[in-house]
Design a protein around this ligand. Structure first.
Ligand code: NCD
Ligand code: ZN
Length: 340
């Protein structure tokens, strides 16, 4: 069986920098035409000038006709004029809200959501999307509840105060996020292959599995099912964003292992496998290739990729500089292959 679809876009991607960027970029560029490059570098991409420079480093890493699209990193001190100028010039197309300390390299993130209200207002005026890492960070909230509590206590007030602001719930992991997105206009969610594939048992399957640890952390099966239902529904509010987040193996297999799943090599195959299992392959293309472009207001892709139903075994790791990076579903049998 073969399936040709418009070349997908990845609306949530961590490309990093330097040797890691060079190692991982080809895997994304082989399958995706564009990707929204996340700004949680060290130091983070907090200004339009830094975004333009990072965009150039990605282009210089040599990705053929692949087009990086940049997201900026919001801090308590983000300047609304810089945000708007960068949006006008194409330096960046969206801003990312990381609650401080929510995830990898988010130390500079926003501690006081009210302090950046003027930035949100400006973004609403100019039609610039807000990408949200939706988790509270307080120790007294159970880690599995942090997304749902964030929706109630932080995002709902913003959502209701600024109905015209485009909001994307990034890497949605819960039924509550799906319902939130469905309930409000101008609200979308990106969905990752690993949250569609795994539930939280994967973190503890036969022992502690650091390579299944990502943020927001995997949830119960009922939540995974809600995400799958949203993905295959055909609803234009849900689209692909892989959250491919490479880390060297030694940083994940550690006393305090870091969060992130490197899924770029198997993301598109996994989306296809999920849709096929649900008998929804005919809706794969709108999810991977149209809904995100429509949300971001960019033209739908004109090129295509072909998927072949042919089992293959991805490598367990790839190498970045001197370091191995574990591949999502590496060493397992994967049902769909993307034709070269
Ligand atoms: C991401 C990373 O490693 O940069 N990690 C993750 O678990 N998803 C950060 C993020 O998107 O939260
Ligand atoms: Zn991410």
């Amino acid at each position: 069986m073969m399936l040709t679809i418009a070349r997908p876009d990845d609306w949530h991607l961590h490309l990093r920098d330097g040797a890691m960027l060079e190692a991982v970029l080809p895997y994304t560029a082989a399958h995706f035409g564009r990707a929204l490059a996340m700004p949680n570098l060290v130091p983070p991409v907090t200004t339009a000038a830094l975004a333009a420079a990072y965009r150039q480093r990605i282009l210089d890493a040599g990705a053929g006709d692949f087009e990086p699209v940049l997201a900026g990193y919001l801090t308590n001190r983000t300047d609304p004029d810089d945000v708007a100028a960068g949006f006008r010039d194409g330096a960046w197309r969206a801003m990312k809200l990381y609650p401080a300390k929510a995830t990898t390299n988010s130390d500079h993130g926003v501690t006081d959501i009210d302090s950046i209200r003027p930035v949100f207002e400006r973004m609403a005026e100019i039609g610039m999307p807000l990408c949200v890492h939706g988790e509270v960070t307080s120790d007294d909230v159970d880690i599995f509840d942090r997304e749902a509590v964030f929706l109630d206590t932080v995002l709902t007030p913003v959502r209701e105060a600024l109905p015209s602001l485009k909001i994307i719930v990034e890497h949605a992991t819960t039924r509550q996020s799906v319902e939130f997105v469905e309930a409000y206009a101008n609200t979308w969610a990106s969905l990752t292959p690993h949250h569609l594939w795994w539930n939280r048992n994967a973190i503890f399957a036969g022992g502690l599995r650091p390579h299944a640890y990502c943020l927001p952390v995997l949830k119960r099966e009922e939540h995974r099912k809600a995400l799958v239902r949203a993905a295959i529904s055909g609803d234009a509010k849900f689209f692909a964003g892989t959250d491919s987040a490479p880390h060297p193996v030694h940083r994940k297999e550690s006393d305090c292992g870091c969060a992130g799943v490197f899924c770029a090599p198997t993301a598109l195959s996994t989306y296809a496998e999920v849709f096929e299992r649900e008998g929804a392959l005919e809706r794969l293309e709108t999810f991977t290739s149209f809904h995100g472009a429509d949300c971001y207001g960019v033209p739908r892709p004109t090129e295509t990729v072909t998927l072949v139903k042919e089992a293959w075994t991805p490598p367990e790791t790839i190498t970045a500089g001197e370091h191995p990076v574990r591949v999502f579903r590496g060493g397992e049998s994967v049902a769909w292959r993307v034709e070269a």
